[in-house]
Design a protein around this ligand. Structure first.
Ligand code: NAD
Length: 559
């Protein structure tokens, strides 16, 4: 254990209590071959590591050679997780220095594959498991976690992992991956992060039949039984870490909305599938509007899909329209049309609609499919969150372009194979006029000598900065307005050179700077709205930067 008074900041002196193998086996403190001669002498390390003292850069080179030597992306994931479990400082240095190459490995899409096979590739426990049959021990279990200064918890019940459905306890790969992105993206200290799997059983029979499965082999809890376990969990968490941010992740729709509604006013929490997606998509639209010179409130926006992502994006756009032009909630909602598998969501269908679809039901005649809606509505923005590959057909996009000079096209369904259209199709069917961003990355396209760079609408642009912001100022809650300022801040950070090639998001290599700006904007709002739990530091940006974990080795003994 480190000295509990040590600040969560790299660069500060870091006395350690461990020596010898215990020090090497602590992933938060291990330096492997990089322990200095003085450390080897003072901390009983002589003979326990190869003699040469290796620089961190050379360690990174060795790791990347091994990453490239692996035979598959799943092998690369597993290899990086062993590094994560062995030497966290080096793991984060490797990720930060190869961010574009490695984030798709540690998070989507490869993390989906890792979750599918989590019980098979499992090596070592990371994070915590709260199982519904242990509900009376939840408080005691929270106390078993060694860190008092947990700042961010990401929790899933594994019920809707990415586009893969119910993966039960195998869903643990998601909180682990998401928290790695918090550290990489916004410099949350690894010691302050806690991945949690809430095991409510699984309805995935194949998993229940798998002898290696690491979760409870019972049907998922539902209704009051489910709610009781969640409530006990939230109480235990709040009692142990009252200031921690709780991020709900990959809960099925029926739970995601009601959990958010139940807890968002009680404690510091949010749902990234809903709110984070909303903010990053709005940011992309705002960037596109910087190109067209239009306002948000002028847009007519059609969604194919009416699930968690659609609702989150639609709510954030509505908040944006209201803040921008002062139009009413109702007027803003009327600018948005949503389709589910039954066609346009209309008032006629109100009785049979799930709660989360109702606010966007339009007073319209039934329209059976996307083409009919595009013909009737003449949208300027088309967003795909349906998981239906190819559903932005040539007919749909050409019809949209007939009425709209620069169609804003966001096929967001993941992975790439589920995308509603490709970048190349969007550019081809609009003669290069589309302003395009997708959920999964597409390569740049050259048309008539012009380079067109598709954007990736990646939640990673938003949630690390928002998270760093709220925990830095110890905010009492996460508000929709915070996601709106995060979106605006992100859109403003897209350079003119990027906009010139149609690129709607900054390069991911700038993520730390992006997160600083978003964290500052979120804190400013928290201070302005009286939600912050600390006094405003004179220099807020310097305060946030000083809190950020930098993956460099600390000195354990005097040089
Ligand atoms: P969800 O299951 O909550 O919603 C899917 C919606 O699609 C449902 O409303 C369903 O009725 C609708 N649908 C299904 N078939 C349809 C059809 N044929 N026509 C019209 N609608 C149909 O899922 P979600 O969480 O909202 O995610 C949806 C997609 O968005 C996923 O592929 C996910 O990967 C993607 N997503 C992307 C991002 C991002 O790019 N940042 C973020 C979140 C989700």
């Amino acid at each position: 254990m480190t000295d509990s008074t040590t600040p969560l900041t790299a660069g500060a002196p870091q006395p350690v209590q461990q020596r010898g193998l215990a020090l090497i086996r602590d992933p938060l403190l291990n330096k492997g071959t990089a322990f200095t001669e003085n450390e080897r002498a003072a901390l009983g390390l002589r003979g326990l590591v190869p003699p040469p003292v290796v620089s961190m850069d050379d360690q990174v080179t060795r790791i990347m050679q091994n990453v490239h030597r692996q035979h598959s992306d799943l092998d690369r994931y597993t290899y990086l997780e062993t590094l994560h479990d062995r030497n966290e400082t080096l793991y984060y240095r490797v990720l930060l220095s190869h961010i574009n190459e490695l984030t798709p490995i540690i998070y989507t899409p490869v993390v989906g594959l890792a979750c599918s096979q989590f019980s098979q590739i499992y090596q070592r426990s990371r994070g915590m498991y709260f199982s519904a049959d242990a509900v009376e021990h939840f408080a005691e279990m929270a106390n078993n976690w060694p860190e008092d200064d947990v700042e961010v918890i990401v929790v899933t019940d594994g019920s809707r992992i990415l586009g893969l459905g119910d993966l039960g306890a195998n869903g643990m790969g998601i909180p682990i991956g998401k928290l790695s992105l918090y550290v990489v993206g916004a410099g949350l200290h690894p010691r302050g992060t806690l991945p949690i799997l809430l095991d409510m059983g699984t309805n995935n029979q194949a998993l229940r039949d798998d002898p290696l499965y690491l979760g409870r082999r019972i049907p998922r809890l539902t209704g009051p039984a489910y709610d009781t376990v969640v409530e006990a969990f939230m109480r235990a968490i709040r009692a142990r870490w009252p200031k921690a941010l709780v991020q709900f992740e990959d809960f099925s729709n029926d739970q995601a909305f009601q959990l958010l509604e139940r807890y968002r006013r009680q404690l510091l929490c949010f749902n990234d599938d809903i709110q984070g997606t909303g903010a990053v998509t709005l940011a992309g639209i705002l960037s596109a509007l910087r190109i067209t010179g239009q306002t948000l409130s002028e847009q007519r926006i059609v969604f194919l899909g009416a699930g968690a992502a659609a609702r989150g994006i639609a709510d954030t756009i509505v908040a944006g329209m209201m803040a921008e032009s002062g139009i009413s909630l109702d007027a803003a909602r009327r600018q948005i049309w949503t389709l589910d598998s039954q066609g346009l969501v209309t008032l006629d269908r109100l009785d049979s609609l799930s709660e989360h679809k109702r606010p966007f039901a339009q007073n319209s005649a039934p329209l059976p499919n996307l083409l009919a809606v595009v013909e009737a509505v003449q949208p300027t923005v088309l967003i795909g969150v349906s998981g239906q590959a190819g559903s932005f057909s040539e007919a749909v996009i050409r019809e949209m372009h007939r009425h709209c000079e620069r169609p804003i096209l966001f096929p967001l369904s993941n992975p790439t194979s589920k995308s509603e259209c490709t970048a190349e199709q969007a550019y081809e069917w609009t003669n290069g006029a589309a302003l395009f961003a997708s959920g999964s990355p597409f390569p740049p396209v050259t048309r008539g000598g012009h380079l067109l760079v598709p954007g990736q609408c990646n939640n990673m642009y938003i949630f690390p900065g928002v998270g760093q912001g709220v925990v830095s100022c110890q905010a009492s809650k996460v508000t929709d307005a915070m996601f709106y300022v995060a979106a605006r801040t992100l859109a403003e950070l897209v350079g003119e050179d990027s906009l010139a090639v149609g690129r709607l998001y900054p390069d991911l290599t700038l993520i730390r700077e992006i997160s600083v700006k978003i964290a500052v904007a979120v804190c400013e709002l928290a201070f302005a709205e009286g939600l912050a739990g600390i006094e405003r530091p004179a220099n807020l940006e310097a305060f946030i930067r000083a809190r950020m974990f930098i993956p460099e080795y600390q000195s354990y003994v005097a040089a």
